[in-house]
Design a protein around this ligand. Sequence first.
Ligand SMILES: NC(=O)c1ccc[n+]([C@@H]2O[C@H](COP(=O)([O-])OP(=O)(O)OC[C@H]3O[C@@H](n4cnc5c(N)ncnc54)[C@H](O)[C@@H]3O)[C@@H](O)[C@H]2O)c1
Ligand SMILES: [Zn+2]
Length: 383
Amino acid sequence: MNYKIKMPPAVYGGTDSVQILREILKKEHAKDVILFTDPGVKASGVVDSVVEIVKRQGTRFRIVDHLVPEPSAEDVQAILDEISEINCDLILAVGGGSTMDAAKLISILKGSKFCVRDLLNDSSSPQKRIKTIMIPTTCGTGSEATCNAIVAKPEEKLKVGIVSDEMIADYIILDPAMISGLPKKIVASSGIDALAHCVECYTSNKANPFSDVFALAGAKLIFKNIEKAYANPTDTVAKNNMLTGAFYGGVAITSSGTTAVHALSYPLGGTYHIAHGVSNAILFAPVMECNLPACADRLADLCDAIEPSFSNQTQQEKALHVVHRIREIVSFTEIPPSLKSFGVPKSDLDFLTDAASKVTRLLNNNRKKLTLEEIRSIYQQVL
Ligand SMILES: NC(=O)c1ccc[n+]([C@@H]2O[C@H](COP(=O)([O-])OP(=O)(O)OC[C@H]3O[C@@H](n4cnc5c(N)ncnc54)[C@H](O)[C@@H]3O)[C@@H](O)[C@H]2O)c1
Ligand SMILES: [Zn+2]
């Protein structure tokens, strides 16, 4: 099997690691920095320490703080148009996956002849024009580590992934202070998203020796820490482990790829605007249960990593335990087990089945080739 791994060149982490920003700004001789964030992150105050450092460095900078969560192609284009006349030689993204994805797109599009829509069909042409520093504030999409940016395509009621090696971040800072005040709901949704990245990448057709290392280590960290991070917001060890696990999940995505959980999740985000992590959480166990016959061996490996007391059990029992743990975590973190509370009508079952079946980029990664009937049955379980 052929594979590659695209690693971000510089990753800093640990307590107060945000201070490294000073060195980075010096090294890059940055004159005009744009800091991208969103209103929720700005209101949480976590941006303040970053702003302080940039200000003390005497670098000219501007904050663009009205990025929207889970943006459409047009939302990102509007920001690009707005800043088209503003100089920028370094991009700082402080936020969750939504902010980082928008910043990554801007890093290859600002000042180019391309627009966001051009990349929906072919993302191979634009080259990186502005270096990026990613500081994640959720735990999380792993977007800081990936070459992907996800945007909504409202006319198809879908979300689509734009993939380009040029979008890999130049610097990443994983500072636990950035997620210390993260609302519990977002610890839950972004944490389960990160877990899905690890489990899907480990059970993917694209799994390989490189991605396995990160997917397995990330899954282990998240399985062991997500409930602690959710239940006790001041558990900094658990939060730190979540941030690391989420980053590992992102690295695994660059070499392997997510599978049917994310594929079936896309129409839910695109149509009903259910948060990415929430729709993944609802679909996670039912999809893995359906996948079980094709990946019991891989799920059993995950069980060995998280539950040594199961060492004498059969492969099937170990695999089932992982599915059980996923259900347990979704329930513990109080994410609704079904789509009922999100206003998804049962009559949309055919639409959802059809829309998900078109997400072939991810369905092709799924070890079990899902039939339309199986996709339908998974949605039926959660409607
Ligand atoms: N590029 C990738 O590889 C990749 C992978 C998975 C998901 N995604 C995309 O990422 C997006 C989801 O990102 P996300 O789950 O990180 O959430 P997000 O960036 O959409 O943020 C969710 C909410 O949390 C708030 N928030 C974030 N950090 C906070 C903090 N520290 N304190 C208080 N509030 C905070 C934000 O203001 C926002 O309202 C989706 O669009 C998804 O499709 C991208
Ligand atoms: Zn995801």
